[in-house]
Design a binder for this molecule. Structure first.
Ligand SMILES: C[S@@+](CC[C@H](N)C(=O)[O-])C[C@H]1O[C@@H](n2cnc3c(N)ncnc32)[C@H](O)[C@@H]1O
Length: 264
């Protein structure tokens, strides 16, 4: 790979950029030199005769070949979460540490790669909450990461929904067939279906859906809510307390709160 660097004024820039793209550049970076002068660096596979840019101080340089796929894959290492889980992208070759369940998640368009604090908090609380044989509903499933964790920790049935159809399509492609994901809301679920509901969404959606979650949760069931900034925690506590649930655990980290509740 080679780069051609030229310098121009802001007024000359657009025309030069158009010409560089016509010449089939692989990409162009821009750097402001002064308020009115800019440096353009265009990348090409081969060096060519650049006399048409003679007025712009052209300089060719050889560039190291970068394997962009390897670079972006290296940015997603496998990561242990909580005591029992290990989140890894499909290309990760690192073995699962002993005593942990591997969650293979493709960091794509859906929220929930395992790198975000809010997802990590939910996973940590989840591994203390889900019991073998549970029926679990993942409200706001995103990538499906919490649903997958529930399955790996022994849940008997796992369903989830999201209002973002693209997220659901992407998650479905990667999840094991035992997990049923659909585009929609909690309303499609029959009363008292779930032993456990996850709602790692936001304070407003959690508070607004408190009654709906009460309808879907079995008596004695458990609920995990997250995606809640500390300043909104009281509002959520009030809304869930009104359903006569008991706060069993609260974890605060960075700018997020995650809570586990019990119908007791
Ligand atoms: C913070 S992400 C969490 C994703 C994943 N569960 C996790 O823990 O990493 C919240 C997800 O909830 C979805 N969502 C927001 N409001 C919703 C609603 N009313 N019903 C269903 N899904 C909703 C969003 O589209 C988003 O994918």
């Amino acid at each position: 790979m080679h780069s051609l660097t030229i310098e121009c004024t802001q007024d000359e820039k657009d025309e030069l950029l158009g010409r560089l793209w016509e010449l089939d550049t692989a990409g162009v970076t821009e750097e402001d030199l002064t308020a009115n002068r800019v440096s353009l660096r265009a990348f090409f596979n081969e060096v060519f005769e650049a006399s048409e840019f003679a007025a712009f101080d052209p300089v060719w340089q050889e560039e190291p070949n970068v394997d962009w796929q390897a670079e972006s894959e290296a940015a997603w290492p496998g990561r242990p979460v909580g005591e029992r889980l290990f989140v890894a992208p499909p290309w990760c070759e690192e073995p699962t540490p002993p005593g942990r369940e591997r969650l293979v998640i493709n960091p794509g368009i859906a929220f929930g790669t395992g790198a975000d604090t809010t997802t990590q908090l939910a996973l940590e609380v989840l591994e203390r909450t889900v019991q073998p044989g549970d029926r679990v509903f993942d409200f706001g499933t995103g990538s499906g990461i919490l649903a997958l964790a529930a399955l790996r920790l022994g849940a008997a049935q796992v369903h989830g929904c999201d209002i973002d159809h693209d997220a659901v399509v992407a998650a479905r492609a990667d999840m094991p067939s035992e997990i049923g994901l659909f585009t929609g809301t909690l309303r499609s679920i029959q009363p008292q279906w779930a032993d456990v509901i996850f709602a790692n969404i936001n304070a407003e959606t959690v508070s607004h859906n408190a009654e709906e979650m009460k309808r879907v949760l079995k008596p004695g069931g458990r609920l995990i809510v997250g995606g809640i900034p500390p300043r909104h925690a009281d509002r959520v506590i009030k809304a869930l307390g009104a359903q006569e649930w008991t706060l069993r655990e609260r974890v605060d980290r960075d700018i997020w709160v995650c809570m586990a509740w019990e119908d007791k």
